[in-house]
Design a protein around this ligand. Structure first.
Ligand code: NAP
Length: 269
């Protein structure tokens, strides 16, 4: 195939920012490639991935509601298998397609890009849903100790059983956990399209780095409170950017033009 085709499988995918972000990178590097979105029915995910493979599609991102299903269809690398979700598929090998979870690495690269040290950091992850799982495993693999706090406390304990060196907590313990922490990540939907925060402002301090996975709005109440407290702030677009950068690098084997992708993303947020 003269032109490489990449894409996103999800339902719905109408408002995805991935096409402009990836196509900006192809333009910058002069690659003959396109990035398109696909919305298969929920029952057709097996056929969709097999069909993509048969058609010679080079790579797919996978989003809600297919990330868990995709794990069962592809050969997942170790981190994706432990997270239990695949968001990037690479079809370039000769065997079965390989599945990755670049949300985890995306969060780590977003933090490192802001000079945040993960090794030996005391991290607090608020949220134990899809994003919380990926970020908790990613931080633990990179050498942090992770305290997971979730509204439904039992889910925090269950996740902490799986993640190395992690502990599970309810939200009532957040204030104390954050006071002792180096890194705080919001992996809940609190703050999305509303001026609310999952963490009391009083708990924030200047020795903290705060990543908010929420990217709409870019400046959440949590990040505003964190900046007021003198903390380092990292907005959710950085995580979104670096999950895409990581996927691009897996697919093409080239360094991604990060600044160009960042501009393409931020101009649309
Ligand atoms: P999810 O699987 O549905 O999990 C939602 C999480 O939010 C759960 O932990 C849930 O707690 C918690 N939550 C929801 N409402 C709450 C409330 N009122 N108070 C306290 N906790 C509440 O969703 P997800 O896929 O993990 O996504 C979470 C957020 O991350 C979304 O805003 C999403 O846009 C964002 N995200 C960003 C990126 C990025 O690249 N920047 C990537 C992935 C996700 P319970 O378990 O108690 O319900």
């Amino acid at each position: 195939m003269a032109m490489d085709v990449y894409g996103l499988l999800g339902n719905p995918v109408g408002h995805s920012l991935s096409p402009p972000m990836h196509e900006a990178a192809y333009d910058e590097l002069g690659l003959e490639a396109r990035y398109v979105t696909f919305e298969p029915d929920e029952d057709d995910i097996d056929d969709a991935i097999a069909g993509a493979d048969a058609l010679g599609i080079a790579g797919l991102n996978v989003t809600i509601p297919f990330k868990q299903d995709a794990l069962e269809i592809v050969a997942p690398e170790d981190l994706a298998a432990r997270i239990g979700a695949v968001n990037t598929i690479d079809f370039s090998g000769s065997g079965p397609p390989t599945g990755y979870n670049t949300d985890a690495v995306g969060a780590l690269r977003a933090l490192r890009d802001h000079d945040v040290t993960i090794q030996d950091a005391r991290a607090v992850v608020v949220g134990a849903g899809g994003a919380g799982r990926a970020i908790a495993f990613g931080l633990a693999d990179a050498g942090a100790t992770v305290a997971i706090a979730n509204r439904t406390e039992s889910k925090a304990h269950d996740l902490a059983e799986e993640v190395p060196r992690a502990t599970g907590h309810g939200l009532a313990e957040l204030e104390q956990l954050v006071a002792d922490a180096d890194v705080l990540v919001n992996a809940t939907s609190v703050g999305m399209e509303s001026d609310t925060t999952p963490v009391p402002a009083d708990a924030l301090h200047e020795d903290l780095a705060v990543l908010d996975a929420v990217y709409s709005p870019l400046e959440t109440r949590l990040l505003r409170d964190a900046a007021d407290a003198g903390a380092t702030t990292v907005d959710g677009a950085w995580m979104l950017l670096y999950q895409g950068v990581e996927a691009f690098e897996i697919w093409t084997g080239r360094d991604a033009p990060v600044d160009v992708m960042n501009d393409a993303l931020r101009s649309r947020l």
